[in-house]
Design a protein around this ligand. Structure first.
Ligand SMILES: [Zn+2]
Ligand SMILES: [Zn+2]
Length: 311
């Protein structure tokens, strides 16, 4: 699993920071989160094939998080895309998307787009992962944070299975898939039937990897809950504590507030994102965060963060 930051700016982009967007690459599939203006170019510069993106997750409807969608959709249409595209967003996004893709003289029409509501809970389940979301606390607009999590894994204990009398082969795979099996055991002259349950031969579950992206938000309890014991928390850090009360009015967080959330959630590491253009030297934000939570880092455009396996 790898996180690729495509845009880490706040509302106004800078020479080095584009509008918000990032990709979580899991088993060679890129999942796109937010799509600020210019994201399609960032995708190309990061050497990601935009045709392989099947799922896009939008945190909220502010322009800096969605204006790149129209161009991206147009480009993949020109490139001959036929597969459907799924876009997850808070309720009411259909109308906004319609406006975005109907601007300009050409209307993309080669593939279907499914707009799916992101409210609370699981919104996408794959074979080995799921994506959940929770409401956040921004300003005057519905906003959500997303959690990309790998499924827990239980290891098959082969020696244990053999010692219980399970013959190697077909019954092994049944147990591995979580189904009980019946075996026959010879006891003196009798043959006894015995049920072996998956719990007898599978290890305790090992939690999978988990990455949270908050989008824009004040510090909020829902994020602490969804980010519990995550590997990486990517949190709004638009301001430093110096901006004081302004921050609360704007519906954003300071680096310190993001760090308090990371600490409360027992996150593995914290990446500060949505950096205001005023911080030409964002090291001060990192310093502020590290005073609370040691494993704090600033996210930069095109930075790649590998999230190591748990098993
Ligand atoms: Zn924003
Ligand atoms: Zn916003």
């Amino acid at each position: 699993m790898e996180i690729v930051f495509l845009g880490t700016a706040g509302t106004v982009p800078t020479e080095t920071r584009n509008h918000p967007a990032l990709v979580i690459d899991y088993l060679n599939e890129p999942f796109l989160f937010d799509c600020g203006e210019g994201t399609q170019r960032q995708i190309r510069l990061a050497k990601i094939n935009p045709m392989r993106i099947n799922h896009i997750f939008i945190t909220h409807f502010h322009a800096d998080h969605i204006l790149g969608l129209g161009g991206l959709i147009r480009s993949i249409d020109f490139m001959g895309r036929e597969n459907e595209l799924n876009i997850y967003a808070p309720p009411g996004f259909d109308r906004i998307l319609e406006n975005l893709i109907s601007i300009g003289a050409y209307r993309p029409n080669r593939f279907g787009i499914n707009v799916r509501k992101a409210g609370e809970g699981v919104i996408l389940e794959g074979e080995n992962y799921k994506v959940t979301c929770t409401q956040t606390d921004h300003t005057g607009v519905r906003s959500v944070a997303y959690c990309f999590s790998e499924n827990d894994k239980r290891t098959f204990l082969k020696q244990k299975a053999l010692s219980l009398g399970v013959p190697e082969g077909r019954l092994f795979s049944k147990l591995q898939k979580g189904n009980p099996v019946e075996i026959e055991i010879k006891d003196k002259n009798k043959i006894l039937k015995k049920i072996i349950s998956p719990d007898d031969v599978l290890s305790d579950p090992v939690p999978g990897r988990k990455v949270i992206y908050t989008g824009d938000t004040k510090p909020c309890e829902n994020v602490i809950k969804i980010a519990k014991n995550c590997d990486v928390l990517i949190h709004d850090s638009t301001f430093s504590e110096e901006q004081g009360e302004v921050v609360d009015d704007m519906g954003h967080s300071t680096a310190k507030q993001a760090a308090v959330v990371a600490k409360s959630a027992n996150a593995g590491s914290l990446y500060l994102m949505h950096i205001s253009q005023r911080y030409t030297e964002p090291e001060k934000l990192v310093k502020e965060a590290r005073a609370v939570f040691e494993k704090s880092y600033i996210a930069n455009d095109f930075m790649r963060v590998k999230v190591g396996k748990h098993w």
